[in-house]
Ligand binder design. Sequence first.
Ligand SMILES: Cc1ncc(COP(=O)(O)O)c(C=O)c1O
Length: 372
Amino acid sequence: MTLGYGRQWINDDDIAEVVKVLRGDWLTMGPAVDAFEKTLADYAGVKHAVTFSSGTAALHGAMHASGMGAGDFAVTSALTFVATSNSVIYTGATPIFADIDDTFCMDIKKADESIQSHGGRVKAVIPVSFGGYPLDMAGFRELADRYNAVLIEDASHAFGRRKFDADMTTLSFHPVKHITTAEGGAVLTDNDTYARKLRMFRNHGTTRNAAEFVDTPDGPWHSEMQELGYNYRLSEIHSALGLSQMRRLDAFVDRRREIARLYFRELSGVDGLILPPNKEGHLWHLFIVRVDNAELHREFFAHLRDNDIRLQVHYRPVPLQPYYRDKYGYKAGDFPEAERYYRQAVSLPIYPLMTDDDVMRVCGCIKNFAWR
Ligand SMILES: Cc1ncc(COP(=O)(O)O)c(C=O)c1O
């Protein structure tokens, strides 16, 4: 059987909840969205959770709510999914990048240098808890405060914890993530103004809340479009799935941690293989090993593929993607740590449905590789 690097776990309860919505009155903008948002906010210990149609839309919403636009800079990690920095560009602002440290997350000192080299101006600091690694949020807060910037954590890899310190935190519910709604995302915040902006932004920039009207209402049907927004709403179907998945989030995280422990136990003696940075609180969205001898990287990848283990490499450093290279002039060598990582890294399968036997099969295959 083929093992992918990640996959969803849908059970009969999830299916029953989705079918209930399909038989009901509301397919969008109904009670399941409200219930899902309340459950997310309660779990995360924040005042507001605002759902979006994807993690990318949630990022776009957070960038918009931060007030960034043309002429602004926002700093993020050179090692992330393209959506993190794309969402900055959507607002008209310019993403700038910083190299990673040995946690695979943005190096705070290098982020500071990157801001300095752009005139010391930055509208947002956007760290990414890469693979689920717990960020030094106190350090990032200090950096953001120094430049009077908004702190936005891209926690697409890091749900399943209950402490969120950024001004806004974005989540993704893509099938490989800690919980899934098929497509979906959310922004977590304690800030009422951000929450209001986020809710308007995902619904065409409109509001039906009388307390927010700038005009005298035309009648009970009155709604106002006060700024340019999008249709980024999450449907009732997706929300019902998310709500059902939330019941198992802690179990999903526990199982990911068990799998990580097994990998550490089984692979710690493999010469030529570098195991990932580990820390209390790691959420193990990804289990990333590195091939010490980069010349064996492709061969290692192919060996596992030939054994029906479908790996991934997360990710090619964003500034070196053709679009970013052409638009902003980045070139090979600008982010040496992220580039070195990219030449060696492989994400092994890790998801709650994996059995111990599956993990042992992956480990056996890694041990069988012609290390030299
Ligand atoms: C770090 C990171 N940010 C943002 C996203 C975008 O999320 P989505 O796929 O839900 O739009 C992803 C998803 O893959 C991600 O890994």
